[in-house]
Write a protein that binds this ligand. Structure first.
Ligand code: IMP
Ligand code: MG
Length: 180
């Protein structure tokens, strides 16, 4: 695997962003108990950094949503909530790696609302400018980015690059020309 070189967000910028958003989250919830649900798999890296900055009583869970079956184009969205803890009567913060078209967060929050949490808010590491196709806006956005395919800090291309400590543009020659 070739390492993509064009860095969009350095490790340091990511840490500063996550620290700042953790403060914003704390301003909203104070000391109230919170359930953080990470959308797998892209949110795992930020989730690990974020929860260590939270001081309220905290439960952590995951939900699996995948719209990409490899490649850079959206496929059909599948959601698996089997690993999600009970959220009925809880305040929930749903965390995802990137807000692109927005369909993933819309579908996951719709499913979660059926379980009657007290509240649901959404937090994303990245929001891709000008791509949204839904009414929902995330409650917390760490970074606004241009409309380019990015990898690292949890984000993947065909399940690779998640382990990069920074967020980098995927070089066009690394993307398969058929877009699959
Ligand atoms: P949405 O439903 O279009 O908002 O897509 C959200 C999901 O698409 C994210 O959770 C990512 O898994 C994936 N995604 C969208 N853009 C990118 C990108 O630039 N790099 C990696 N994954 C992406
Ligand atoms: Mg994802």
């Amino acid at each position: 695997m070739e390492r993509p070189l064009k860095i969009l967000l350095s490790e340091h910028q990511l840490q500063e962003g996550v620290t700042a958003v953790a403060r914003q989250v704390a301003e909203v919830y104070g000391d109230r108990p919170l359930t953080i649900i990470g959308v797998m798999t892209g949110s795992v890296v930020m989730l690990a950094d974020l929860i260590r900055q939270m001081e309220m009583p905290l439960r952590v869970g995951v939900v699996q949503a995948s719209s990409y079956h490899g490649g850079v184009q959206r496929g059909e969205l599948t959601i698996n909530a089997d690993l999600m803890p009970d959220i009925t009567g809880r305040e929930v913060l749903l965390v995802d790696d990137i807000f692109d078209t927005g369909h993933t967060l819309v579908e996951v929050t719709r499913l979660m609302r059926e379980l009657r949490p007290t509240s649901i808010r959404t937090l994303v590491l990245l929001r891709k400018a000008g791509r949204q196709e839904v009414d929902l806006e995330p409650d917390f956005v760490v970074f606004e980015i241009p409309d380019e395919f990015v990898v690292g800090y949890g984000l993947d291309y065909e399940d690779e690059y998640r382990n990069l400590p920074h967020v980098a543009f995927l070089e066009p020659h690394e993307i398969k020309s058929d877009g699959s």
